[in-house]
Design a protein. Structure first.
Length: 417
């Protein structure tokens, strides 16, 4: 009996497992059914929406005022006012007058350089010194020649005075017959010879003095001085090098830096001396109020660009070679203007605006835009003074929409460009 029970226990496990698996199968079937029901609901809803959508679209097209919300928009008036005619230019800042300093004495070595690039110097300040030992010796030699020439002249003047006195005595005796003609001629020749010798010695003295002045000047030129106040822009001199004809230093006279602006040849006749220019400088947070100082007479053969020199305030920290942008004010004229937020640009490149009509519906108008400045844009054609345009709502409107314009015209009542 025990053996039978054990046999049934071992052999009965598959039956027990089958009974336990029946609830799991029921849950799987239930889950699958729920998923199928959800999918069917989504499909039916989508089909119903697809059937209803054409009818809704047709209704919206037939009466947009019933299906679209009336939008409140900010508007501005088209106003007339002065507009500045400007020209945008670019260029590089350069020295107004740059002085190249070279050694006036060639073949001498550079003893010391006393300045660096960027140093401010004053007129007469020593910038570079050359070796001066050899030139000092030449000056002493020239001075000794002058002294010898003066001593020789003093000696010759004594000889001249003696020969003159002797000649005068013989000449007096010759008149009374106490001296022969030969004695008279000999004393006269000695007197004249002494006079000629004195003239030559005086010429030698003048030459020696000139040589002394030249030697002193060459010695003085071993110190290269600043010819004017300014700023050292370039330092080429090196201690120990031989001074030649090449510049040792470059100096910006009075530190004056100005913008050398490139002007297209078509715009060059419109530029005149004295025109106001607003300049922005790379690295400088504020703009500069400058003026055209000079209009160049030439146009580049390769780039067809002219130049204009724009002078800026002298106390501005400008640097040679910095890039700058400028806006030249050529003149002013009256024109219609709107806020630049109202201007739209189509795919074909045409400019347009949304105008609020008398019935508060949107009308799109193509316009011709002109000068843009300080948040305003000039309208040359397409609008009339007093028209009300929409500001900054292009993404939410289309022609024919009903809008509620705001009464705030502040953005349009500012100064014209």
């Amino acid at each position: 009996m025990q053996t039978t029970l054990e046999s049934n226990d071992v052999g009965g496990r598959p039956a027990i497992n089958a009974i336990a698996a029946r609830p799991a199968r029921r849950w799987r079937w239930f889950t699958a059914g729920a998923v199928i029901a959800v999918v069917a609901t989504v499909v039916v809803t989508t089909a119903l929406d697809t059937m209803i959508e054409p009818n809704s679209a047709a209704g919206a097209a037939s009466d947009p005022g019933k299906t679209r919300t009336v939008r409140r928009v900010t508007t501005g008036l088209v106003v007339r006012g002065p507009v500045q005619d400007t020209l945008a230019v670019t260029g590089t800042f350069t020295a107004r007058d740059e002085i190249a300093l070279a050694a006036a004495v060639e073949g001498e070595r550079i003893a010391e350089v006393l300045v660096e690039e960027g140093d401010a110097v004053v007129a007469g300040q020593v910038l570079v010194r050359l070796e001066r030992d050899m030139l000092a010796a030449k000056l002493r030699d020239a001075q000794s020649r002058v002294e010898r020439a003066r001593a020789a002249i003093a000696q010759q003047e004594a000889v001249y005075a003696e020969t003159e006195s002797s000649f005068r005595r013989v000449e007096g005796l010759r008149q009374v017959g106490a001296a022969s003609a030969q004695q008279h001629d000999e004393r006269r020749a000695a007197f004249l010879s002494a006079g000629h010798a004195l003239t030559v010695m005086r010429a030698d003295l003048a030459q020696a003095e000139a040589q002394r002045v030249e030697a002193a000047l060459r010695l003085d030129r071993t110190e290269i001085r600043a010819p004017a106040d300014g700023i050292v822009s370039e330092r080429l001199a090196r201690g120990g090098a031989l001074a030649g004809t090449e510049p040792l230093l470059r100096l910006i006279r009075n530190g004056e830096i100005e913008l050398e602006a490139d002007i297209p040849e078509a715009d060059l006749p419109r530029i005149a001396v004295g025109q106001a220019v607003t300049v922005s400088v790379t690295g400088l947070s504020r703009t500069l109020a400058c003026r055209v100082r000079l209009v160049g007479p030439k146009v580049g053969r390769d780039n067809r660009l002219g130049t204009a020199r724009v002078a800026c305030p002298p106390d501005t920290p400008l640097h040679h070679g910095v890039f700058g942008r400028g806006t030249i004010v050529i003149g002013t004229h009256d024109a219609l203007t709107i806020g630049d937020a109202a201007l739209l640009h189509g795919t074909a490149g045409e400019a347009s605006v949304f105008v609020v009509g008398a019935d508060n519906r949107i009308v799109r108008r193509v316009v011709e835009a002109g000068v843009r400045r300080a948040g305003r844009v000039e309208i040359r054609a397409g609008l009339d003074e007093g028209d009300r345009v929409v500001l900054g709502a292009a993404a939410f409107l289309r022609e024919g929409d009903l809008v509620m314009p705001s009464d705030d015209d502040g953005p349009t009542r500012g100064a014209a460009p």
